[in-house]
Design a protein around this ligand. Sequence first.
Ligand SMILES: C[S@@+](CC[C@H](N)C(=O)[O-])C[C@H]1O[C@@H](n2cnc3c(N)ncnc32)[C@H](O)[C@@H]1O
Ligand code: SF4
Length: 394
Amino acid sequence: MSGANRDREATGNDAVPFGVYVHWPFCLSKCPYCDFNSHVRHAAIDEARYARAFAHEIATTAARVPGRVVSSIFFGGGTPSLIQPQTLATVLDAIARHWTIAPDAEITLEANPTSVEATRFRGYRAAGVNRVSLGVQALDDAALAALGRLHTAQEALNAVAVARGAFERHSFDLIYARPGQEPDAWRAELRRALAEGSEHLSLYQLTIEPDTPFAALHGAGKLVIPDDDLARALYDTTQEVCAAAGRPAYEVSNHARPGAECRHNLLYWRYGEYAGIGPGAHGRLVVAGNRRATATEKRPESWLMRVEGTGHGVITDETLTRDEQADEFLLMGLRLIEGIDPLRYEWLSGRPLDVARIAVLVGDGFVETTPQGRLRVTPSGLPVLDAVVADLAA
Ligand SMILES: C[S@@+](CC[C@H](N)C(=O)[O-])C[C@H]1O[C@@H](n2cnc3c(N)ncnc32)[C@H](O)[C@@H]1O
Ligand code: SF4
């Protein structure tokens, strides 16, 4: 069976999802914890030139994987809410010209919650965006300042209110396990966040990423983050408070009312097919029956020159072996509370999961099999997910 058919058959669905990720790589300032592909430029960005390059790369990618029906589009960053709505409309037009955008497609934009950006929300809605994901990060001004954010908690809440009026759907991000944060304070902050009534929240534990200013401070002992026990207590508080408020976790860091999950991110975790457009974007494309991993040049100016010269910025384009696909499928799928279909693992890898290893993990209380035959990580297994996946993939 070809890779494409294998993927299609395993989803058991004719309307196979296809996502488009578009990366906008610029920010007004660099937050000290962040290692995303984001850059600060003091000169004005030539948006029209970038829009042409995005359209060019979309055309080149669509020629490789033609005829797809796009079920979700995600503008991520960087800070895509710095883009003019007209630029975004141009990119959406290019996607619609080269593929078909499904009538009910989810079109998300990541936004920073400043008052300036909120003034553009209606323009984004008119361009076709129907979901916004706001990087609120904290509802405490001292914590926001420590995270290097350019907005206050009140400004962020005002942006959430504008988003609620402008878009059908919205979500916001908070970072917890911050220096000095205790479970009681986090519980109160999270309850305040949930009181906003948003259907979806992404709640990330602060990670010290290598080569960031936070990593340097942490290495020098000047930034102390919660130890493992405290981080676990904060994680447990998160699960308990969100579940009680009707927004249980559906993925390790993502919480939603049932039915309000982010469809684009679900596509990644369910190991679907998606195109990566823009500087430093990753894709997984099924080309001539092979699942290929693509990645583009990260530096915005170099990406721009490559696209203008060759029609695309792709610098990595590899066929994944069956083992690589099976490992990626496990790594992504076990992040989901719904877990994975072990038969799809077998389709991808050509061999079943190791029953003896599963039995040990079940005995330890880290994984379980559902009555429908799916394999999923239990609440006790999720905090040690990496070890569970490594064990199953070994
Ligand atoms: C691409 S980023 C942010 C989008 C937008 N530029 C913003 O900052 O609001 C997506 C999310 O990743 C999270 N994030 C980034 N770096 C992180 C880190 N080191 N630890 C935990 N969460 C992080 C933040 O919550 C952020 O909103
Ligand atoms: S967290 Fe957001 S605003 Fe801050 S540097 Fe990263 S992408 Fe830019």
